[in-house]
Write a protein that binds this ligand. Structure first.
Ligand code: RB5
Length: 141
């Protein structure tokens, strides 16, 4: 089974740890690239590690910061990464169906544990709708 790559800064650390437990309980293999404490740090460091792992394993990443915005900006600077800031179950579904997102970006300061778990479930279970393939391919041009 492919791993799910987790990354966060301090703003997302607590939620990342909760999601790690949740995903392991659901039998996913988790690759946590850090951060490894709640100490203040810089999200580009952890996104860089997370992106490398996502591309190496050709799998999904879940990146968490305070708002989800910093990690998404950093992740989307990399070819092959389609990172989406998601704040609801509907946007989780659309990020996969329409955008074939491979990195889910969450705001640890804006989501409850239960909201985040539902979002993660939908993101991991929803398939890309091939009707949108041309647009997504254009992103790599
Ligand atoms: C850190 O305080 C915060 O700026 C960061 O976690 C993130 O929300 C940035 O977008």
């Amino acid at each position: 089974m492919k791993p799910i790559v987790l990354a966060s800064d301090h703003g997302g650390y607590e939620l990342k740890e909760k999601l790690k437990t949740y995903l392991m309980y659901k039998d996913y293999r988790v690759e946590d690239v850090g951060t490894h404490s709640a100490d203040t740090t810089d999200y580009p460091i952890w996104v860089k590690k997370g992106v490398s792992q996502v591309l190496a394993d050709n799998t999904y990443g879940i990146f968490v910061c305070g708002a989800g915005i910093g990690v998404s900006i950093a992740a989307n600077r990399n070819k092959g990464i389609r990172a989406a800031v998601v704040h609801s179950e509907d946007t989780a579904r659309l990020a996969r169906e329409h955008n074939n997102a491979n990195v889910l970006c969450l705001g640890g300061r804006f989501l409850t544990e239960s909201q985040a778990e539902k979002i993660v479930d939908i993101f991991l279970e929803t398939k890309f709708d091939q009707r949108h393939v041309k647009r997504v391919e254009m992103l790599e041009g």
